[in-house]
Design a protein around this ligand. Structure first.
Ligand code: ADQ
Length: 474
């Protein structure tokens, strides 16, 4: 890190009171505590005409600054554009994109408002690390404000293909949003390949001999940084409670577990169907297995999320109706979040972990399931090839999330896999999980960011022209 350089982390939500909600928050907090610094994000409060200044909140050894959104900004920036346009586009679901009037303007408006506030407090020595698709244009907005700090961006979700991007009305701006950062981090090598393909197709982009990209006069870096978990912390959590007692699972019952936000990208309906198919085809003397799906609600204001919830409830109800016996419901479907220690104990108890998204940036549940296993008697991970995690975790049973009978067969294979094969697969998976844990991810990203050199500090021309015409709510 440069002399006097301060780390500023930007994410949609600033960390709030109470225990951290996940490994990413823990890792960034650790990193800020160690280096000192600042975390900036929305407060979670909505106020009419929010002030264009930050509110200071006490952090544990670092600063937190929050800002409120107006109800209109929450609707336009967060729900309609970030989660109604960018999320489905990046998850190969252009059919779910809902382009609503004023959403893009609200999205750009929040990014510009944040850039103006950040411009007041940052110096050229600072490193600003921006997280995720809510703030893709933030570097362009900061450059337009004359900010000369080093800017890094990490894209937590899949990178869209050039075909996906055709569904975005602002497709022309997309490459410039990225190029205005100094470093763009993606989850996988496959994502980097997709991004390079996008730039290859652009006029005025050039691949430089130092490995960087030049786009419309700006040089920047594009690299993969596969995100991980706090492996040791998770291993310790997994031993703290008895998962079998927690879920009231009889000794002779096998547990299959799925844990996901209830998002259409996670492939829940097909996973439930695969379990139903497994039940229909299992031999009468096979040990019974219960499927526990933990699926907390998310973004329920959007129709696509209401639809997937209804679909899951219908499928789970039908399968239970067909296969339940006195004292045994094959599917136990929890529509809420549960504490991390309980989750870790349940992973450890489960003979099978099913992670079958259609499309996922990485998927931390896959890594958590591996870390939580007893190395002497581990369970089996069934993993979709659509998850970024499959790039590294190829010792899992890799499945096609669209092929229900293949997933049903994988359940049968997993439930009968010999102990020595389970041990060998888990040991290999655990090595990979440890190799890319969250502390290493943070350090790697920030090391490369420190090496990225500051480029000509003007925003890309396309963005300047468009931003000038967008009506901005300030
Ligand atoms: P998500 O889409 O949220 O993250 P994921 O990576 O699986 O997906 O992370 C979910 C986290 O929430 C996990 O730590 C999990 O334990 C926790 N969680 C899920 N359901 C829970 C429940 N019912 N109760 C308690 N905790 C629960 C986005 C991208 C991913 C990428 C991550 C990190 O979509 O692809 O891996 O960011 O970059």
């Amino acid at each position: 890190m440069k002399a006097n350089s301060r780390l500023i982390v930007v994410s949609n939500r600033a960390p709030s009171d109470g225990p951290p909600s996940g490994g990413l928050v823990v890792a960034l907090q650790d990193c800020l505590k160690a280096r000192g610094g600042l975390w900036v994000g929305t407060s979670g409060k909505f106020t009419d005409n929010p002030a264009n200044r930050f509110t200071d909140v006490d952090g544990d050894g670092y600063q937190i600054k929050t800002f409120d959104l107006s109800p209109g900004e929450q609707q336009g920036y967060y729900l309609s554009y970030a989660n109604g346009v960018l999320w489905p586009m990046c998850h190969r679901r252009a059919d779910l994109i809902d382009i609503t009037e004023g959403a893009y303007e609200a999205y750009i408006g929040v990014n510009r408002r944040l850039a103006k506030m950040l411009a007041q407090i940052c110096t050229s020595h600072d490193q600003i690390w921006v997280h995720d698709y809510h703030f893709m244009p933030l570097a362009s907005c900061l450059r337009a404000e004359g900010v000369t700090a080093t800017l890094g961006y990490f894209h937590h979700i899949p990178f869209p293909t050039p075909q996906d991007l055709q569904a975005l009305p602002q497709a022309e701006d997309f490459s410039g949003w990225l190029a205005d950062f100094d470093l763009v981090g993606l989850q996988t090598e496959a994502d980097v390949g997709t991004a390079l393909e996008l730039f290859r197709q652009q006029d005025r982009s050039e691949f430089l001999s130092n490995g960087n990209l030049l786009y419309r006069g700006r040089e920047f870096m594009l690299r993969s940084f596969p995100i991980g978990i706090d492996t040791e912390g998770f291993q310790a959590d997994a031993c703290a409670l008895d998962g079998r007692a927690l879920a009231n699972i009889p000794k002779d019952m096998r547990l299959i577990i799925g844990v996901d936000r209830l998002d259409y990208s996670k492939g829940l309906p097909n996973r439930l169907r695969a379990f139903g198919r497994y039940l229909s085809h299992r031999a009468d003397d096979d040990a019974r297995a219960t499927f526990l799906q933990v699926a907390p609600p998310t973004r329920e204001a959007l129709q696509a999320y209401q639809d997937v919830r209804r679909e899951c409830e219908h499928i789970a109800g039908t399968i239970n109706g067909q296969h339940a016996e006195l004292g045994w419901n094959p599917i136990n479907y929890l529509h809420r979040a549960i504490p991390r220690t309980q989750l870790a104990a349940l992973y450890r108890t489960a003979a099978v972990g099913m992670v079958t998204p259609f499309c996922d940036g990485m998927n931390l549940v896959a890594k958590e399931y591996v870390a939580a296993q007893d190395p002497d008697d581990p369970g089996v991970l069934i993993l979709s090839r659509g998850a970024g995690a499959a790039e590294d975790l190829d010792a899992a049973l890799i499945v096609n999330p669209y092929d229900i009978s293949e997933m049903a067969d994988a359940i049968a294979i997993a439930l009968t896999m010999p102990l020595d094969e389970r041990i060998a697969r888990n040991a290999q998976l655990l090595r990979r999980v440890k190799d890319s844990d969250i502390q290493r991810w943070t350090t790697n990203f920030l090391t490369v960011l420190s090496q990225s050199k500051n480029q000509p500090l003007v925003p890309t021309p396309t963005f300047q022209a468009r931003a000038a015409t967008a009506s901005v709510e300030e």
